[in-house]
Design a protein around this ligand. Sequence first.
Ligand SMILES: [Zn+2]
Length: 396
Amino acid sequence: MKRLLAAASLLALAACSAEEAPADDDPMAVHRSLLVLDTHIDTPINFERAAWDFGDRHTLENDIVQLDLPRMADGNLDGGFFDIYTAQGPLTAKGYADALAFARHRSDVIDRVIADHADVISPARTADDAERLAREGKLIAFKSMENAYPLGEDLSLLEEFYERGIRLAGPVHSVTNQFADSSGDDGKWGGLSPLGREWVKEMNRLGMVIDASHSSDGAFDDMLELSATPLLLSHSSPRAAFDHPRNLDDGRIRKLAAKGGAICMSTIYLSPMNMTRARATLFDQYEHISDLSPAQQAELVRKWRELNKTEQLWSTTFEQYMTALLRVIEVAGVDHVCFGADWDGGGGFAGMEDITALPVVTQRLLSAGYSHDDIDKMTGGNVLRILRAAEAARER
Ligand SMILES: [Zn+2]
């Protein structure tokens, strides 16, 4: 159900959708009828930029972001998990305190920006919230936490983040920390640390979904074994498509599915990451883009676009992406796939540069023979099912 439809046509669509889904030969109509969520949205990195507004339409020519409210309407992205990403720092009292202050602030900023656009988007804390907002024609803002580093060694802080509305969290980012080995670093724990094992229990107790993206294989195995509720991989690709530790192998995808979890297909690591020095310098500036003046932001955007002309971060093509996606669906099954492209966190590639590409993915899934209901599970239903499983564990 789309917010841009007039109330009358919304009612008409609601009336007919109970009876008949849109004809499969009209991909855009099918796409617009789906509940479409993305499980890892890094756009909040941009939320404090001077002279920048999430409600404005930005383009690939004049800005760096891949997702804003007008383009969510274009791509029929109903919402998703707005992420509190905290860079890994030292495992010291000072490091933890700084990270905690950062994460609290980022959480507040997300709340403020969503509240500033309350006419089109609202916070969601439960699967029911998401479905209600979709019915009301509103966009859906869940919150998530990438890297549990800000908790330090104090697991009681997790409840604070639950109260702040976070419903999805991963223990680690690309550097091994106090909770878990990272897929991007040397192992220290052989999976989860003793504290990481306690973190899993606390996540289950609170009713938060565990996000295993970025975790090492060993940490994934530990979480799969220990968690009382299904895992989600908020932005991961299959290792069969590109052999990289950040990706998940078929055996683990099957085990994840067997326990009710889902892998949210990413657009990253489907080809080697071309992180040249020039790109790394720009990425570092991007992570702190909110500290830049409008003129400095414009200069960063100009350099980013200029660099894209000579080298891309990813050499992935849309066909490679679709091949990988169709294979993940085959391995996991339609009940265990979702979408988390890593928009504004390093995701996207030439041919799929922002969220306006999403209808084409639906079109290709229809051509591959997947039904409206299959696709609806993958774009949103599976995520809500996993959220409900976590909610039920909290009630128990
Ligand atoms: Zn990430």
